[in-house]
Ligand binder design. Structure first.
Ligand code: ACM
Length: 522
């Protein structure tokens, strides 16, 4: 008898536990990254069923597209055939509703409010970007298996309550170096989707360097015909045609991501110098370069043809760029005398502005006279970034010792370099852009960017080893207020994203400082 009681008790307990595990009811316990600004839980759950559709307010093509993005994420795994419809009123019970509400000042341009009852999942935002970020949160409130590409068994429940959420910084980005090793259109699109998942909104493409020129310039065709032919290690390299590049830009725009294109100059220019002899001081083309040294190349800063070249490149690039910035590089120009570097950067800023864009540059450009609206990207020297602030410039925070995705995790890392630091996942997370350098205050900072230089990685998998999981931490630094962030809380949320990243086919580095959850608890 006793024995039987135990069996029944065990069964009852198991059933209860299974029920609890399958029915999330505590919204504030959900492991959302970046951590939302505020979460209020109401203790019930909403059920996605084969009756669920996504309704968008009004007849807006933009909102339909956002609704479709969510349906496309949910349908393969849930098999629920969730449709997307327009409506002029609040939809019936069991549905998801996306609506604009233009009077919620606290939410700004990118914030959203997500209200979940047992009857309705509703996202409101001032702008479409906010709705897009609201649906990224919805994805993370569902079990990890929602990210798989094949049909899975439900149930598909979401805890009820209200999330109000908006970012600390308007610029939350990553950089991909497609010059040292070339990454094709599909790899770049894949990265854009990954960035969007974590509410990042900029992809900076490092399009030229000593080892390769990666964007077609119609008025200087040899840049890609010759200068795009190789990469670090001597591989075949590659480049984007203007049509392919425009396709990337559009793909990014549809995901509320701005592409910031970089043409690095006057150093880091061997690929151009090898393609056009007239850009060299001595009028002789250099050889293509497949090594990893830096600081040996320079455009001929005293020749007029150099400025004609830059004007042509910037004009063609500006025409392909809906975003407001063109990045002119300016880093590590060790082969350019400082008395030549300063007037060069001054003149190139004028060229960018004359072509209707604002200037971005690595922190060395603050040695010149910065034009209004120029942004300084702090990577190496705080004193340079401070010079920028003193000139009224805004700063983008990419300190190599904290934020370079190509730095190794530790001395055993398979890929990456360590000239700046080893950056374990905790170190990548544990810093605050607004208190890192006392002279650079929050109001001077436009945001954070985590660059991936590609000397040591040439495939999507290799890149992902360095990018993930650190990118999630950078996303949170850019989005979540510093006072809501701490490593002990973050590491358990990150741990639960192991299964989610696996489901998204992300090959992340399984860092030992993260207590990875091996199973999806829902
Ligand atoms: C840089 O890492 N040379 C900007």
């Amino acid at each position: 008898m006793k024995r039987q009681t135990n069996v029944w008790a065990t069964l009852a307990f198991t059933a209860l536990f299974t029920q609890m595990a399958c029915t999330p009811t505590n919204l504030s316990k959900e492991n959302v990254i970046p951590k939302p600004v505020s979460v209020v839980t109401t203790g019930e759950s909403f059920d996605l069923t084969d009756q669920t559709d996504i309704y968008v307010q009004g007849e807006s093509a933009g909102l339909l597209q956002i609704g479709q993005y969510l349906a496309d994420k949910l349908n393969p795994s849930t098999g629920l055939a969730i449709g997307v419809k327009t409506t002029s009123e609040i939809p019936a019970s069991g549905n998801i509703y996306l609506a604009l509400s233009e009077n919620d000042a606290e939410l700004g341009d990118e914030g959203y409010e997500l209200t979940i009852t047992d009857k309705l999942v509703k996202v409101t935002a001032n702008k479409p970007a906010g709705l897009f970020y609201g649906i990224q949160t919805i994805r993370q409130l569902l079990p990890s298996k929602v990210e798989l590409a094949t049909e899975q068994k439900g149930p598909w429940k979401i805890a009820t309550g209200t999330i109000r959420d908006y970012p600390v910084y308007g610029y939350r980005g990553s950089m991909l170096d497609v010059a040292r090793h070339f990454f094709g259109v599909e790899d770049v699109k894949n990265y854009i989707d990954q960035l969007a998942t974590y509410k990042m909104n900029v992809l900076h493409l490092h399009l030229s360097d000593d080892q390769g020129w990666r964007i077609e310039i119609k008025s200087w065709p040899n840049l890609t015909a010759h200068g795009g032919k190789t990469e670090v290690g001597g591989g075949e390299g590659g480049f984007y045609t203007q049509d392919q590049y425009a396709d990337i830009v559009k793909y990014a725009q549809d995901r509320f991501i701005t592409i910031v294109p970089e043409i690095d100059m006057p150093g880091h220019t061997n690929a151009a110098l090898a393609s056009y002899p007239e850009l060299n001081e001595n009028g002789k083309a250099t050889e293509l370069y497949t090594g990893t040294e830096v600081g040996f190349s320079t455009l001929a800063t005293k020749k007029e043809i150099t400025y004609k070249f830059i004007d042509d490149v910037v004009r063609e690039l500006a025409a392909l760029t809906p975003g407001e910035y063109i990045h002119i590089g300016g880093d590590e120009s060790h082969a350019t005398k400082i008395e030549d570097y300063i007037p060069f950067i001054n003149r190139v800023q004028d060229i960018v502005i004359a072509n209707g864009k604002k200037v971005f540059g690595w922190d060395e450009i603050a040695l010149s006279t910065l034009k209004p609206n120029t942004v300084v990207q702090y990577w190496a020297k705080a004193e340079n970034a401070i010079k920028g602030v003193e000139q009224g410039a805004k700063v983008l925070m990419s300190p190599a010792v904290n934020a370079y995705l190509d730095m190794q995790y530790d001395s055993t890392s398979t890929y990456g370099l360590h000239w700046a630091a080893y950056i374990e996942v905790d170190k990548a997370y544990n810093w605050d852009p607004a208190s890192l350098v006392p002279e650079i205050k929050k109001e001077n900072i436009i945001g954070i960017e985590a660059p991936l230089w590609s000397e040591t990685v040439s495939t999507r998998l290799e890149a992902e080893y360095l990018i993930f999981p650190r990118l999630l931490g950078y996303a949170e630094i850019g989005w979540t207020p510093a006072e809501l962030r701490n490593w002990d809380d973050y590491k358990t949320r990150l741990a639960s994203h192991g299964e989610r990243m696996k489901a998204m086919n992300i090959s992340f580095f399984p860092s030992k400082v993260v207590p990875w959850d091996t199973k999806d608890k829902k």
